[in-house]
Design a protein around this ligand. Structure first.
Ligand SMILES: [Zn+2]
Length: 324
């Protein structure tokens, strides 16, 4: 029997990443990716999404040795799953309002399409093929442009009353602290995300602190790329190590509070900042049990994602295969 595949698409503020995935094994057979460029607007975004999806399907070259059954897509924005709409997504394109993503992709590729958000697809990937395969109660936390979270309880995603459960990035780690992208103050995302790390590093450079960063970071880029952070960390750059350490301590505070409140077996941590650097994960793992209550703190396992950058596309493909 020919194998069954699905196309998974992971849409974040930095990149649009698509992959054709074997639904039996979870193996990725072909991928395509492009930068998102949120500053270029909704029309550019809609076009680029289709280009990346088409490229991944082309690259798979299945030629009759199996077929792609459905498309799953997770977006870093507010989605209406039932109507297949991207309601709004400041991190993807500021002028997106009720974009009909499902109809757009279904019309172009003639396949059923399932919509979700970027965090839930990451959690599905780790749950079914990754670091949480043997765990029924776990939390996934992704640290990238923002900080997102998904809570899985007894095997099912816990969505909450308004479908927004798991938003750990917008819990308070410093009352009255730094302004967050959402307008709130002192939220974890304002301390531990790539956006926060970038803001603090650029401010420190402007104040005259010296760092390898001044050679590696292009001033016209809005974010400091993960690769650049990684090279500075490897070189032992004092400024970058200071700021990554601070970000990791705050992340640990957030994870520790989460452990006390939710009492998961495991917290699976991933996302661009975690994949690229060592310091943030190491500090968070150290700090979380210190701030949690002793019993849930001792029982807590904090691990990295097993699928790395691919958790999202693999989870989106799983979602397409099981919910289309
Ligand atoms: Zn916030």
């Amino acid at each position: 029997m020919a194998a069954e595949y699905a196309l998974g698409i992971d849409v974040g503020g930095t990149k649009i990443y698509a992959g054709v995935v074997n639904l039996t094994t979870g193996k990725v057979v072909a991928t395509a990716r492009k930068r998102t460029h949120p500053e270029r607007g909704a029309d550019f975004f809609a076009e680029r999404l289709q280009v990346v999806a088409a490229a991944a399907l082309d690259n798979a070259k299945l030629n009759g040795n199996g077929k792609v059954a459905a498309i799953g897509i997770g977006l870093a924005g507010q989605v209406d799953r039932a109507r297949g709409l991207l309601l709004g997504a400041p991190n993807l394109a500021s002028d997106v309002v009720d974009m009909p993503i499902r109809d757009l992709l279904a019309g172009r590729f003639h396949l059923p399409v399932v919509l979700g958000n970027d965090v839930e697809i990451g959690a599905y990937g780790e749950q079914h093929y990754g670091a949480a395969r043997d765990s029924q109660s776990f939390v996934c936390v992704f640290v990238g442009t923002g900080v997102g979270g998904a809570i899985v309880s007894d095997g099912a995603l816990w969505r909450g009353a308004t479908g927004t459960a798991g938003e750990i990035g917008h819990t308070v780690v410093q009352y009255g602290g730094r302004l967050c992208g959402c307008g709130g103050r002192g939220h974890l995302e304002a301390y531990a995300s790539r956006t926060a790390i970038t803001r603090v590093l650029l401010a420190e450079l402007a104040r005259g602190r010296t760092s390898k960063l001044s050679e590696l970071h292009k001033p016209d880029e809005l974010i400091i790329r993960s690769k650049v952070l990684a090279r500075c960390e490897e070189a032992g750059d004092e400024l970058v190590l200071d700021i990554l350490t601070e970000a990791g301590d705050y992340l640990g505070a957030g994870l520790g509070s989460l452990a006390t409140l939710v009492n998961p077996q495991r917290i699976v941590v991933g996302g661009g900042v975690i994949e690229a650097t060592r310091t943030v994960f190491a500090r968070a793992k150290l700090r979380a049990p210190e701030v949690a209550l002793p019993t849930p703190g001792r029982a807590l396992e904090i691990v990295r994602t097993a699928l790395g950058d691919d958790s999202g596309i693999i989870g989106a493909a799983w979602m397409a295969g099981h919910q289309a």
